[in-house]
Design a binder for this molecule. Sequence first.
Ligand code: UGA
Length: 446
Amino acid sequence: MKIGIMGTGYVGLVHGAVLSSYGFPVTCMDVDAAKIERLADGISPIYEPGLDELLASGLRDGTLSFTTNAKQAIQSSDVIFIAVGTPAKEDGSANLSYVQEVVQSIGKYANDYKVVVCKSTMPVGTNRGIARYLDGVLKARNAPFRIDVASNPEFLRQGKAVGDSRHPSRIVIGTENEEAKLRLQSLYDVHIRQDVPFLYTNPETAEMIKYASNSFLAVKISFVNELALLSEKVGANIQDIAAGMGLDDRISLHFLQAGPGYGGSCFPKDTQALIDVGRKNGEELYVVRAAIAANEKQKLKMVHKINDVLSFNGTLKGKTIAVWGLSFKPETDDIRSAPSYDIISGLLGRGAAVKAYCPQGMKQAERLWTDLNGSVAYCENEADCAQNADAIVLMTEWEQFRENSWDTIVKSMRGNAFFDLRNMFAGHAHVRRLFDYYPIGSNELA
Ligand code: UGA
């Protein structure tokens, strides 16, 4: 079975590379010629652990190829995955223009039976709309073949995308078409053998499962973040609360880590898109709306927390703050909707000078946060970043931050405040003693 992947974002690229490692011939197509040229040389546009190796072996074995030619990718494939972005529009609804372009190309160039699989996160009803559109185009072309459509949402996490793709938590297939189902089953035979749960349903349900999963996780994080704020006021400890709640497996400990707010290319966009689906169907989704509002509040509260400790006469003028970690989570260079942006902007707005270091996110920050260029000093490493600073703000929990010569760092600083917005050092007695340590969700002293 030959596979075409339309869109080489992190979902398409990782999925394509992993399928090619199972021996399927995979053609990845993207309209971005520079990106395709680099990918054909084995250079990944994203930082994702394990991906470079997969690209190298796919290219070497000839199972993976890259093209900008949509016609060739479509005609040479039996199964075509749509993995282009569905970013949020101003009003929160999903922008489906990239999906439309791909679907139009499929309608135009398909030359025999194909199964089109929607991997991109799409609003409810999109899969059925695509099927209807393709039926109409093929009829108009008098084409002697069909195209079937299936929804197969992706649940992989950035930073762990290769592992998640190889060992998915579940595979959801939304289609009413038997042939589409069979093709996907043989494509995912390796997962059938791994006993990964498969869920077969209709396209609308599959589309909803994706939005529901991401929105539920966002709700969980916002819930724990609000409790963290309250815990600081009442003398409770959010990590112990989470541990106590998580022991109930109906709740589970996952996604109960308090932090500076969720970010990334998925939760902020998908929660908004689900609300938009609700609005269009006359249903107000109060819980999801509250999760979004709490997430905005959380970022603001982080600025207040830092300001309350460091400010003089209500301003941070004359203070230098060292921000550790810019990416929205560790092991990725992705800074989309990262809480670091809002928090840094808030600190700058109060007059602070900001230095920043991130193991992977700085290039993207310089490229995309042009409004911060000139205001933020990007540094070589975390120790360099902390030098002469009044405070460290740990924004993203990169593992490398654990190993540092803390005595040297604190000596090189002007002040010794440490805002640990991920509770990474909550159990680290030495760090807690050395710094004025401010965890999140507790005000226990060292
Ligand atoms: C998320 C989902 O977890 C994936 O299942 C889904 O496939 C993906 O979106 C997607 O739709 O493509 P991802 O955005 O890579 O994955 O990141 P997560 O690991 O879910 O983290 C999202 C945000 O929540 C991060 O900013 C993270 O720091 C924050 N978070 C997560 C917390 O603040 N606390 C937690 O306990 C967990």
